[in-house]
Design a protein around this ligand. Structure first.
Ligand SMILES: [Zn+2]
Length: 265
């Protein structure tokens, strides 16, 4: 995302570019409005900035706002119009400056929204964990609203925005909490340690960011620095116990049975 906003060697910044037209090879990418209206309204718009909110990439336009949710397999690339396309490029924004913003999406789960008021979608999201206003008390309040298992609660974007499967596993390991702990069983101290764990896991991801677009979710070589995520059977970096895996809410979940005991002690 930073590279789209600020540019990088060989790539200009997206801000200031004008959208000439769109190619829709998978019209169901368009969540709202209808593909026909989307096609008509997006032509001629200028991209003013590139931001992120939760898992959405946010493009304020000279009129309205474009939101893109990459979902599982989506990838967004700025490429010269003359360069060969990727076979999974489903939606392509053709830019007047000779570039294309290509949304490649093998599994087709991604979505685009063109809205006058982006809060229609974004106001459903919980707070951003790295923002100053997100304190351990905010976290405690949000977790207290429902009694549920800890990991699905953290993945719920309306509770906290932006935590995916990787960061949730990493944050829980850093905080020494079992993924199935009930949200209403957490002590004040455990909430504080969870709060620290979430922020430390996200910051660590940022530190290893390469040139990837979606810096929070796909940091450059962050995958080489996971503590537990997809390290089943390897030694826990804190205590040496083999990392265990289980499925929670259909998501593969990695944890240390010693550092993250099922019952609080
Ligand atoms: Zn351990």
């Amino acid at each position: 995302m930073r590279s789209l906003r600020e540019g990088q060697p060989g790539l200009p910044s997206l801000a200031g570019m004008q959208i000439e037209r769109v190619t829709l090879r998978w019209p169901r990418h368009i969540a709202t409005p209808s593909p026909a209206v989307f096609r008509r309204r997006i032509g001629g718009r200028t991209i003013c900035d590139v931001r992120r909110r939760g898992k959405y990439l946010v493009f304020p336009l000279d009129r309205g706002t474009l939101l893109i949710h990459l979902k599982m397999s989506g990838d967004l690339r700025l490429a010269p119009a003359a360069s060969p396309p990727d076979r999974f490029d489903r939606t392509v924004l053709h830019l007047r400056q000779g570039w294309e913003l290509r949304f490649s999406d093998a599994r087709k789960f991604g979505k685009l929204y063109l809205l006058d008021d982006p809060s229609l979608v974004l106001s459903r999201l919980g707070p951003e964990p790295l923002e100053r206003a997100f304190t351990h008390r905010t976290l405690a309040r949000r977790l207290a609203r429902h009694r549920r298992q800890l990991k699905p609660a953290l993945l719920d974007q309306s509770v906290i925005a932006g935590l995916g499967n990787i960061y949730t596993d990493e944050a829980l390991h850093r905080s020494g909490l079992h993924p199935l702990r009930s949200t209403d069983s957490l002590t004040d101290g455990e909430i504080r340690s969870l709060w620290r764990g979430i922020r430390a896991a996200l910051r660590n991801g940022l530190r290893y960011d390469g040139a990837s677009i979606d810096w929070v979710y796909r940091g450059g070589d962050f995958q080489n620095h996971f503590r537990v995520y997809q390290r089943t059977g390897e030694a826990c970096p804190a205590c040496g116990t083999p990392i265990a895996r289980m499925v929670v809410g259909q998501r593969g979940t990695h944890f240390c049975p010693t550092c993250q005991p099922e019952q609080s002690s």
